[in-house]
Design a protein around this ligand. Structure first.
Ligand code: NIG
Ligand code: FE
Length: 411
C-alpha cells in the first residue's frame, strides 16, 4: 500500500541514513523542505522531495497536506507507564508543604506504587498501561522505552516486564524494555540492603535474561536509593547478560553517577537536574546520551537540566517525558518540547532534534526512527495548519496535531 502526501507546507527533520544523533551547534539545524511531497509504502518511508519534482505515478491513497507540517513522531526514551493506580494524594501532600523526599520517607513514593502494583493482576496492569500508551500515541509518540521498577520482588518485576512485552506485541509502536529492579529498597530490606542487591543479581537478572524480557538495565543512583558502589555492582552483573545501562543520575544529588555511567558505556544518563563541570567533561568523548526530563522538573518544582551548558559544551541532548505516577504523571512530548524551549532556553530546532533523532539514539533506534529518511519507519506527525514549526513550542497546551502515523498506520 502506497500513500502519497502532497503540498506539505514544510517537511521537517530530513536526514541522511548515517546520522545517528546531533550534538552541540548542529542541534540548531533542522533540515527541511518547503512545499514537499512524501511517499510511504506499508510501514516505511519510500521517497520525498519538492512538489515540483513529483513524478506522475499511481498511489493507493493521496493526502493533501496544504498548510500543514509533517515531521517524524516523537521518540520518548524514558517512561514508567506500567503502574497501578495513581498518587494524587501525594500531589496534594506536596502542595501542603511536604517534599518528595519526606513523602518517600513516610512510605509513600515508589514503595506506595510497588504495593499497589504487587496487588494488581497482570491483566489489570496491561489494561491500565495500554490506555496510557494509546494516549501518548495520539499525542505523537511513535517509539517508547518503558521501565519496570514498581515490582521490587522477583514475581512483580517479571509481571511488569511481561506486560511491556505484551504491549510490544500488540501495538505497532516500537517499545524497548528496561529492567529497573534497583528503583528503591523494599521496606523488608531496609536494614539489609546487600540482600536486595543479591536478589537483583542472583535471581532477577538471570530470569530476565533467560526470558529475554529486557534490553536495558537502569538504577536509581541517588542519595537514599542506590549508592555509586551498589549501582556499579548491578551494572557489572547486568553486563554479563548483555544488558545495556540507561541510568537515573543527578536528579537531586551530584555523586559521580554520570562518570560511572560513562565508564560502564551507558547508552544514556537521565535526569541531570544538578550537574557540574566534571559531569560535563565526563560526557565529552563518550557515546553516552544525556537525557533531560523537563516535565519532572515542572511537576516537582526542582531545577531544570542545564541544557544550554550541555549543548554549548558541544554535547548532544535528548528530551523524554519520564511518565510515571510520582514525579511526572504526563506522557505528553509536546508539553516537554514547549517546556524545554520556555524553561531551558532550547531553540525549537534543538528541542525537536532532542525529541526525535536523539531520543531514538537513547533507545538504540536511530537506524529506524527519529528522522524523515528513506527506509526508516513511516512514523509521521501531520500538524494542523500552523504558521511555522516555531508555533509548536510557542502555542503550549494547544493540540496542534491533526494526524499521527505509526509504521504506516493512522492512529
Ligand atoms: O524518574 N527518580 C526515580 N524514579 C522516577 C519517579 C518514581 C516515582 O516517584 O514513582 C523518576 O522521576
Ligand atoms: Fe524515571
Amino acid at each position: 500500500m502506497k500513500t502519497l502526501f502532497i503540498n506539505i507546507k514544510e517537511l521537517l527533520q530530513i536526514r541522511d541514513s548515517d546520522i545517528r544523533k546531533v550534538s552541540g551547534s548542529n542541534m540548531k539545524k533542522l533540515p527541511s523542505l518547503k512545499n514537499a511531497f512524501l511517499v510511504i509504502e506499508d510501514d516505511l518511508i519510500l521517497d520525498f522531495g519538492l512538489m515540483e519534482d513529483l513524478k506522475k505515478t499511481t498511489f493507493d491513497k493521496t493526502i493533501d497536506a496544504s498548510g500543514q507540517l509533517v515531521l517524524p513522531t516523537w521518540c520518548d526514551s524514558h517512561t514508567h507507564i506500567v503502574y497501578a493506580g495513581n498518587r494524587e494524594g501525594e500531589f496534594v501532600d506536596r502542595i501542603n508543604g511536604l517534599s518528595y523526599e519526606e513523602i518517600a520517607n513516610k512510605g509513600g513514593g515508589i514503595l506506595n506504587s510497588a504495593k499497589k502494583l504487587q496487588a494488581s493482576s497482570e491483566e489489570n496492569l496491561y489494561q491500565q498501561a495500554s490506555k496510557r500508551l494509546e494516549e501518548v500515541m495520539a499525542l505523537g509518540t511513535g517509539a517508547i522505552e518503558i521501565k519496570s521498577g514498581y515490582g521490587l520482588t522477583v514475581e512483580a518485576e517479571i509481571k511488569m516486564l511481561s506486560v511491556i512485552k505484551k504491549l510490544a506485541k500488540n501495538y505497532p509502536i516500537a517499545i524497548k524494555a528496561t529492567f529497573l529492579g534497583a528503583h528503591a529498597f523494599p521496606t523488608e530490606f531496609k536494614n539489609n540492603k546487600d540482600r536486595y542487591i543479591n536478589l537483583i543479581i542472583d535471581e532477577m537478572l538471570p530470569l530476565i535474561a533467560k526470558e529475554n524480557l529486557a534490553e536495558f538495565v537502569d538504577v536509581f543512583c541517588e542519595k537514599g536509593y542506590f549508592s555509586i558502589q551498589q549501582t556499579a555492582e548491578i551494572l557489572s552483573a547486568a553486563k554479563q547478560y548483555g544488558l545495556i545501562p540507561k541510568i537515573h543520575v543527578n536528579q537531586f544529588t551530584i555523586m559521580g553517577g554520570v562518570q560511572l555511567g560513562v565508564q560502564h558505556k551507558a547508552l544514556s544518563v537521565d535526569h541531570l537536574e544538578v550537574l557540574d563541570t566534571n559531569d560535563i567533561n565526563a560526557l565529552k568523548d563518550s557515546d553516552t546520551m544525556p537525557v533531560a526530563l523537563p516535565s519532572c522538573s515542572y511537576f516537582l518544582s526542582i531545577p531544570y537540566t542545564p541544557a544550554r551548558k550541555l549543548i554549548d559544551s558541544g554535547l548532544p541532548l535528548a528530551l523524554a517525558t519520564d511518565y510515571n505516577p510520582g514525579s511526572t504523571p504526563s506522557g505528553n512530548m509536546n508539553f516537554v518540547i514547549s517546556t524545554a524551549c520556555i524553561k531551558m532556553k532550547m531553540t525549537p530546532e534543538e528541542a525537536i532534534n532532542a525529541a526525535t533523532l536523539n531520543g531514538a539514539y537513547a533507545m538504540n533506534l536511530s537506524t529506524t526512527h527519529g528522522s524523515i529518511t528513506k527506509g526508516k519507519k513511516a512514523n509521521l506527525i501531520i500538524t494542523k495548519p500552523i504558521p511555522s514549526y516555531h508555533f509548536l513550542p510557542y502555542a503550549f497546551g494547544s493540540n496542534l496535531i491533526d494526524m499521527v502515523f505509526i509504521e504506516g498506520k493512522k492512529v
